[in-house]
Write a protein that binds this ligand. Structure first.
Ligand code: DX5
Ligand code: ZN
Length: 228
């Protein structure tokens, strides 16, 4: 049975969506890590899929996503850092993905990819590498549910936050408002308590955090900190 997507409409900078990235979790104790997220104030679980082609790293595949989904009580936000994502969107949806994001840079037929995700009953996201202009979203922004603004170059956790992201987020917010889109803005990479407030002020709705949450002695407190 597929869970139905539970993306929130009433998100604002006082009530952001927090999505811990399990890339930074202890993979030998994934059940424990998922339970921690279930009990925390987190809203989504961010799942990074890397193919070693689109990005120079390989992370996890379908069996891991299925296992996470068996324990997760929160929506799986699946970030596909892979070439030809259309080959795998359906199986990730079946594995439990409620929100599926593909990279603009990996999709010559982005509009078709978005329609495919939506036809499977999932929420559709488009991820942008740091060098990619938000202007490239102009013709699809009204059709999507999420823009993933990469604030590091994708492929690895625990990298340094790219400062240009603030400007990108406020420009994107303007584009979203101007086009009447309901898309949320997600920030992915290097998010911590030092930059979270300014990101939310610039227009972010969803904060992904891997290293900041999982390397802390009390991950639930870190999630709570980002939330408030
Ligand atoms: C990077 C991934 C991120 C990563 C974030 O390619 O898309 O989701 O897990 O990790 P931190 O928060 O450690 O930068
Ligand atoms: Zn990610």
């Amino acid at each position: 049975m597929l869970k139905s997507p539970t993306i929130k409409n009433k998100v604002n900078h006082m009530n952001p969506i927090i999505a811990p990235s399990i890339l930074a979790a202890d993979f030998a104790n994934l059940e424990r890590e998922i339970k921690m997220i279930n009990e925390s104030e987190a809203d989504w679980i961010h799942v990074d899929i890397m193919d070693g082609v689109f990005v120079p790293n390989i992370s996890m595949g379908l069996p891991v996503v299925e296992a996470v989904n068996r324990h997760a009580k929160k929506p799986l936000d699946v970030h596909l850092m892979i070439v030809q994502p259309e080959r795998y969107v359906e199986v990730f949806r079946k594995a439990g993905a409620e929100i599926i994001s593909v990279h603009l840079e990996a999709c010559p037929h982005l509009h078709r990819n978005i329609q495919q995700i939506k036809s499977l009953g999932a929420k559709a996201g488009v991820a942008l590498n740091p060098h990619t202009s938000i202007n490239q979203l102009e013709n699809v922004i009204a059709d999507i549910d999420l823009v993933v603004v990469m604030s590091v170059n994708p492929g690895f956790g625990a990298q340094k936050f790219i400062e240009n992201t603030y400007r990108k987020v406020s420009d994107l917010k303007e584009l979203i408002i101007k086009s009447g889109s309901k898309s949320l803005i997600e920030i992915d990479g290097g998010v911590n308590q030092q930059n979270s407030k300014a990101l939310l002020k610039a227009g972010a709705d969803v904060l992904v955090a891997g290293n900041f949450v999982f390397s802390a002695p009390d991950p639930k407190a870190m999630i709570k900190g980002l939330k408030s």
